[in-house]
Every structure is written in structure tokens, then in C-alpha cells.
Ligand binder design. Structure first.
Ligand code: ZN
Length: 146
């Protein structure tokens, strides 16, 4: 079980270890929550954005429900990144896949705040770029830099 002071957000994205601390610190700022519940696959947004199977969707949904119901998650960050081995596409396509994955997750969990982000490598650090989240349009632009 959790202590009353434990606060959570939900991280859904790639398993790549290089990006996890950037996502964790982004979520702390963006959601005011201390701990990320982390749901990963190699190239997660590539999977979610290309007609995922019911089994994959149910697995992700089950983890989201645990994060939301038991940890009272303050929101979901869905992320993709540069140099992704699991979803090896151009940055433009990666961003489209992130937005589409956000749309799929919104259908899965309409009541939860979902924030799509792209993570770019800049001088050996990984920088979060928050993408427009209002309507999950196909053409995303960078909203905020962290
Ligand atoms: Zn990756």
C-alpha cells in the first residue's frame, strides 16, 4: 500500500533508460507528483499508434487503472524520443506517433489528463518538449520546453 504523502503520475513510453530521468523530473513539475508509475515497451508510441491488438491495449489499460485507482495518478505523460531503437522513424513521424498514441489512450481512459511529449537529445542531455494536447491534432507543435 502507499502512504498518504505518496503522489504519482503515470509515464507511458519507451523502455529506453536514457530518457527515464527526464520524464521523471518533467512529471514532478508538470503534475506536482513525486513518483512515476512507469508503463513501458520498446518503442511504445509506435505500437500504440499502429492498430495495437486487444491484448496490448488491455495490458496497458489494466496498468493505467492500477495507477489511477490505487495511486490516484495526477495524469499521464505519453512519450517518444529521438534515436529510438524500438520505433526507428524520423522525428516528424515519431511526433505523429506520439500524438496518435495520446489519442488512443484518451479513448481508453477519457477521464484522465494526458500530456504528449517528445524527448530530444541536445548536447548529451535529453530535453522534454511538451506537444499540443488540446485536441491531439495530427500536426503537433511544441508547446513548452523543459
Ligand atoms: Zn525508444
Amino acid at each position: 500500500m502507499t502512504d498518504i504523502s505518496d503522489t504519482f503520475f503515470t509515464s507511458i513510453g519507451c523502455m529506453d533508460g536514457r530518457i527515464q530521468s527526464a520524464v521523471a523530473s518533467f512529471g514532478k513539475t508538470r503534475f506536482g507528483a513525486k513518483y512515476p508509475d512507469t508503463i513501458t515497451e520498446a518503442g511504445m508510441v509506435g505500437i500504440l499508434s499502429h492498430k495495437p491488438s486487444k491484448a496490448i491495449l488491455n495490458g496497458v489499460k489494466n496498468k493505467i487503472l492500477i495507477s489511477v485507482k490505487h495511486h490516484h495518478s495526477k495524469g499521464i505523460v505519453v512519450h517518444g524520443h529521438e534515436q529510438c531503437a524500438g520505433n526507428p522513424v524520423s522525428d516528424d513521424q515519431q511526433i505523429k506517433d506520439i500524438i496518435e498514441a495520446a489519442r488512443v489512450l484518451k479513448e481508453l481512459e477519457p477521464g484522465v489528463d494526458i500530456v504528449p511529449v517528445f524527448i530530444a537529445r541536445k548536447n548529451n542531455t535529453w530535453k522534454i518538449q511538451e506537444l499540443e494536447s488540446a485536441s491531439f491534432k495530427k500536426t503537433a507543435h511544441v508547446l513548452n520546453l523543459y
